[in-house]
Design a protein around this ligand. Structure first.
Ligand code: BES
Ligand code: ZN
Ligand code: ZN
Length: 488
């Protein structure tokens, strides 16, 4: 999808179709030329509503406000409404919130995110056909916009949304086509294309690094595990950020086998790792002045004669012993070792992990929201704020000492599941906190993306399946930190 920014008013641009966003049901706005027809069609211009007037070559979409989240969704809905039509190019005006060009970024993101569909396994492809979008600087409220700033926002939007779609593609790929070694190959290719550095650890090196918890989870699979380290090291780096991703290319539950209805969609258990790959792609393409390291634990959790078992005691990389009571709580074991390895390799100013860690997070906050946990209120607040700015939903779940006690083991240092059915997202986060060293304790946040990473229906700018949760929030966060004066 190509974007062209122009000073020409919309009327003077010749493209196949015009997209008009009707904001706050303001049907009398000068952009709305077809009031009678729209009324006849029953278009009431609410958010997510669309009305295509084929004879006029105009598409109307509703937005509840000029806020970036609403404009992003409206743009996504516009593109979705055109699926199956023959239109190849669009023109649209600029919609900004009091002249702030960030809304242009949101709109551009919406077009690219809404145009995504995963068709790898379809015989008849029905891909979005829009190839070109002309954005006019003619502004909704007649405000004058700085063309340089506007162009910059559109450029950033393209990188951000394409990185999100890159992540979606990885997550949506089936476990037989995307196993740990494939995750490593995708990372290596990404590094070649972007200039990122990429280092892959295979089982021999994982043993040398004493990552016995990760190796135990991987043992029953015919696909050998990989730990992937991608890095972006610009010369002008202001500070260091480490990202860690859970990359379970399939989670059958292991011997504590999942019931059939919970096993479908578990190809999405690599969403944290895939998000880290997407973030690294964007960070490098934006050439952000921050050193960013992405660590991925890519493993398949299967059953078999060699499987790890409930009752085993594993020794993690930092020497802590873990009593296994449920092999389906495998993500925290993989993350424990990868977190230890990441902290050994890089002393970071911020440490974030992304994981589809618990069903309990989905129960607690619903399908659309990520749960944010950690030891530092300010780091957690930062994640929630930047997630919102980027168009993602995230909320904090507080740790507490009572729940921490539920992870106590009688025979090892800690148990891999809690002894209570409730608060499972928090106890999983508290389990991870045992593998954060004192230097990173206040720099770490755990982001459980189990809810939004993979949803079996369309929502907002997201399609059926993988959403790329975590990508936009983290790009925005790293970008904001790199621009701010407040550095660690
Ligand atoms: N990958 C799952 C969590 C999950 C569930 C992700 C639903 C996305 C959607 C994780 O490995 C898991 O199975 N967790 C268990 C933990 C339990 C055994 C303590 C869970 O949430 O049931
Ligand atoms: Zn599991
Ligand atoms: Zn899992």
């Amino acid at each position: 999808m190509n974007f062209e920014l122009t000073v020409l008013p919309v009327e003077e641009i010749s493209e196949d179709l015009e997209v008009i966003i009707v904001v706050k049901k303001h049907i009398k706005h000068r952009f709305v030329q077809d009031r009678k027809l729209l009324k006849k069609a029953g278009f009431s211009s609410g958010q997510d509503e669309t009305c295509l007037l084929v004879e006029k070559n105009r598409l109307y979409v509703g937005a509840d406000s000029l806020k970036s989240a609403n404009i992003r969704r409206a743009a996504a809905n516009a593109i979705k409404a055109l699926k199956g039509t023959k239109y190849k190019s669009l023109k649209v005006a600029s919609y900004t919130n009091k002249g702030c060009t960030y809304t242009l970024r949101a709109m551009t993101e919406g077009f690219i995110l809404g145009g995504y569909s995963f068709e790898t396994y379809k015989s008849n492809k029905n891909k979005n056909k829009i190839k070109k979008i002309s954005i006019s600087l003619e502004e909704y409220s007649n405000l004058a916009l700085d063309i340089e700033k506007a162009a910059q926002q559109i450029h950033k939007a393209q990188i951000t949304a394409e990185a999100t779609n890159f992540t979606r593609d990885i997550v949506n790929t089936t476990p037989d086509d995307c196993y740990p070694d494939v995750m490593a190959s995708i990372s290596e290719r990404l590094a070649e294309e972007t200039g990122l550095q990429c280092h892959i650890l295979k089982p021999k090196q994982l043993k040398r690094e004493k990552m016995q918890a990760l190796l135990a989870v991987a043992r029953a699979s015919r696909h050998k595990p990989r730990v992937i380290h991608l890095s972006h090291k610009p010369e002008n780096a202001k500070f260091k950020i480490t990202l860690v991703g859970k990359g379970l290319t399939y989670d059958s539950g292991g011997l504590s086998l999942k019931p059939a209805e919970f096993m479908t969609t578990m190809k999405s258990d690599k969403s944290g790792a895939s998000a880290v790959m997407g973030i690294m792609k964007a960070v490098s393409e934006l050439n952000l002045p921050v050193e960013v390291h992405g660590f991925i634990g890519a493993v398949e959790n299967m059953i078999g004669g060699d499987a790890y078992k409930p009752d085993d005691v594993l020794v993690a990389k930092n020497g802590k012993t873990i009593e296994i009571r449920n092999t389906d709580a495998e993500g925290r074991l993989v993350l424990a070792d990868v977190l230890c390895y990441a902290q050994q390799e890089v002393k970071a100013d911020y440490l974030f992990d992304f994981a589809t860690l618990t069903g309990a997070s989905v129960v607690a906050v619903g399908h659309y929201t990520s749960s944010v946990m950690g030891n530092s209120k300010s780091v957690q607040n930062l994640v929630v704020k930047e997630a919102q700015n980027a168009g993602e939903l995230a909320t904090i779940l507080d740790f507490n000492d009572y729940l921490r006690k539920s992870l106590k083991s009688e025979i090892a240092d800690i148990c891999n599941i809690s002894n209570t059915r409730y608060g499972g997202a928090i106890t999983a986060g508290q389990f991870l906190s045992e593998f954060i060293d004192h230097r990173h304790s206040d720099k770490w946040a755990h982001i459980d993306i189990a809810g939004p990473a993979f949803v079996e229906h369309e929502w907002g700018e997201n399609p059926y399946g993988a959403s790329g949760a975590g990508v936009r929030m983290m790009i925005k966060l790293i970008e904001s930190l790199s621009q701010g004066s407040k550095h660690p």
